[in-house]
Design a binder for this molecule. Structure first.
Ligand SMILES: Nc1ncnc2c1ncn2[C@@H]1O[C@H](COP(=O)(O)OP(=O)(O)OP(=O)(O)O)[C@@H](O)[C@H]1O
Length: 319
């Protein structure tokens, strides 16, 4: 063993701790000489804490073994570590949605995913910092994939599995579900890039990555390393007669459609008025509610083990 050898910490969500395939894969990699420590979570917050402590223990790579929520916790823990000591992030997807792993093209089976994590190159990606106020307290959280607000957040946090499955099929089924389901819209003042707009939205998506909610692609042109957030605004509609236009726009993501707007910015703020309901948000799969929030890109803050040729990296853009 040399000092330059990589040291891996696997942080596994306790509910998947018995996964036999992962156990076997760890054993195999250890036999091949890889230095792997494993910690299993007991409850929410553990994954972030273990990730934060990893740098002090000489860990070079923290591998989040779980769903998007576990990845999100690990990211938050790593962001508490100073940049020059921050370990790289790897992912072994063990959740139900695994949106970040799926969209970046990582293997979805534990064995291949761990094997890849041992050999992949790490690339610097942006992390998004969300500062928020709600329920009389303020907070700071980070995410790497996507925040959805309004309708989208309700889908991911409280929608029954059958409806989620319907929604997985894309914009047409989203609208089908909307027709069958009484929806709410969310009001607020939006600020970005020197612009201000009062809006009543069905859905807001702030994508560093491209998809959330188990396969809903809401930021199809997002890159993880471009210093930008891809913003999708879907305006509320009042009659089903407006649906064909809305559906159409959800296929093409126009910059300035009648119902859909898609653009990029490095900072996006939502402020509600006193009588407006708080916005339900989902940050990388974790549900929360805020009256006021600001999402801001922290450029290239985290190194992540990603497949060579990953379509979400600008370095792989074809010219
Ligand atoms: N030992 C444990 N048992 C049960 N739940 C746990 C345990 N440790 C952490 N958690 C909770 O698991 C949640 C994260 O779950 P995770 O994202 O890994 O899986 P998932 O929800 O099935 O995946 P996805 O987000 O991809 O659908 C966190 O909210 C955390 O509080």
């Amino acid at each position: 063993m040399t000092d330059s050898q990589q040291r891996f910490l696997l942080i596994i969500n306790g509910k998947s701790a018995g996964n036999p395939e992962l156990r076997e894969a760890v054993e195999e990699q250890r036999k091949a000489g890889m230095l792997i420590t494993v910690r299993s979570t007991w409850e929410g917050g553990d994954a972030a804490l273990f990730a934060e402590e990893a740098a002090d223990a000489g860990i070079t790579h923290v591998i989040a073994c779980g769903g998007d929520g576990t990845v999100n916790e690990v990211v938050n823990g790593l962001m508490r570590v100073a940049y020059d000591r921050r370990p790289a992030l790897g992912i072994v997807p063990l959740g139900s949605a695994n949106d970040f792993a799926t969209s970046t093209g990582l293997p979805l089976e534990p064995g291949p995913a761990l094997a890849e994590a041992m050999t992949l190159t790490s690339y610097p990606i942006d992390v998004v910092r969300v500062t928020a106020e709600g329920n009389d307290k303020s907070s700071t959280q980070y995410y790497v994939n996507m925040t959805t607000g309004g309708f989208g957040a309700e889908i991911t946090s409280s929608t029954p599995k059958t409806l989620k499955r319907m929604l997985g099929g894309g914009a047409y089924s989203v609208m089908g579900a909307l027709k069958a389901w009484r929806h709410r819209s969310y009001r607020g003042t939006l600020h970005w890039g020197g612009q201000e707009q009062n809006a009543s939205l069905l859905l807001l998506a702030l994508g560093n990555g491209r998809q959330s909610g188990g396969g809903q692609v809401l930021a199809p042109r997002a890159k993880l390393d471009d210093g930008r957030l891809d913003v999708l605004l879907v305006k509320d509609f009042s009659s089903v007669k407006e649906l064909p236009t809305l559906i159409n726009e959800l296929q093409s993501f126009p910059a300035d459609g009648e119902y859909v707007r898609y653009f990029t910015t490095n900072k996006f703020t939502v402020t509600t008025q006193r009588d407006d309901p708080a916005w339900p948000l989902t940050l990388d799969g974790e549900a929360c509610q805020y009256d006021r929030f600001c999402a801001e890109v922290v450029p290239l803050a985290l190194r992540v083990l990603l497949p060579e040729g990953c379509a979400l990296l600008s370095t792989n853009d074809r010219h």
